[in-house]
Design a protein around this ligand. Structure first.
Ligand code: PGA
Length: 258
């Protein structure tokens, strides 16, 4: 089977409502030519989600995602947003386990696992992020760390929910640094992830699972990354804030024949 490319923009803490609406509108227009080949996603801040949902037409290849969520459906959790509320707003998916959540907000593998299971059970698509720090890579522990993050979550995903899980491999040292993993470095880890999925799930689920690369993806490096056999698109931060540049990344994916 051939996997479709999925290229999602993680807008992080950027853009007020008006700016989010304008960016979403520009992305939808600028990516129209690639619409049937590339699944395009946008993840704005919570306060812009409703505006972006209104702006982005309902289409199976246009995804609106939250950047976080809380596993409990309701209760005394001041400041939190449940996955059911994201769904209620019309969100298609949610990003979970991002390294900024792990590092700045001290989210553990166990907590991220709870979130992933709760989000999948709410019928949201989940972009589950994994990745090693520079120190971990330089001490030869990349797979120990990434494999551990995978093993904390994937064994717990019920067979009927697996198609909703995307894995995003994002080496921490490449995020927002301008330092991209080489295609060979990224492909090596993507292959290890896919092989591990085959062990934990099965060969068919592994062959179908979308594995995005993230970390300084730009218009000028997207094509060589996406040409790798196990890289199925990208999770894009900084370069997703400019519609024209983001559209070039999506066009790079659309140009690859699989
Ligand atoms: P970046 O961020 O593209 O700015 O490196 C990627 C991410 O954090 O998802």
């Amino acid at each position: 089977m051939s996997r479709k490319f999925h290229v999602y923009g993680n807008w992080k803490l950027h853009n007020n409502i008006a700016a989010s609406r304008a960016l979403a509108d520009a992305v939808v227009s600028a990516t129209a030519d690639s619409r049937d080949r590339v699944v395009t996603g946008m993840a704005p801040v919570f306060t812009s989600l409703a505006a972006v949902r209104e702006t982005v037409p309902a289409h199976p290849h246009l995804m609106v995602l939250g950047q976080n969520g809380y596993p409990a459906p309701k209760g005394a959790f001041t400041g939190e947003i449940s996955f059911a509320l994201l769904k209620d707003l019309g969100c298609d998916g949610v990003i979970l386990g991002h390294s900024e959540r792990r590092q700045i907000f001290h989210e553990t593998d166990a907590f991220i696992n709870e979130k992933v299971q709760a989000a999948l059970a709410t019928n949201l698509q989940v972009v589950f992020c994994v990745g090693e720090t520079l120190e971990e890579r330089e001490s030869g522990r990349t797979w120990e760390v990434v494999g551990g993050q995978i093993d904390a979550v994937l064994p717990h995903v019920a067979a009927d929910l697996r198609a909703r899980l995307i894995v995003a491999y994002e080496p921490v040292w490449a995020i927002g640094t301008g330092r991209t993993a080489t295609p060979a470095q990224a492909q090596e880890v993507h292959k290890q992830i896919r092989d591990r999925i085959a062990q934990l799930w099965d060969a068919t689920a592994a062959a179908e699972c979308i594995i995005q690369y993230g970390g300084s993806v730009k218009a000028d490096n997207a094509a060589e990354l996406f040409a790798c056999p196990d890289i199925d698109g990208g999770l894009v931060g900084g370069a997703a804030l400019d519609a024209a540049g983001f559209a070039k990344i999506i066009a790079a994916a659309a140009a690859i024949q699989r």
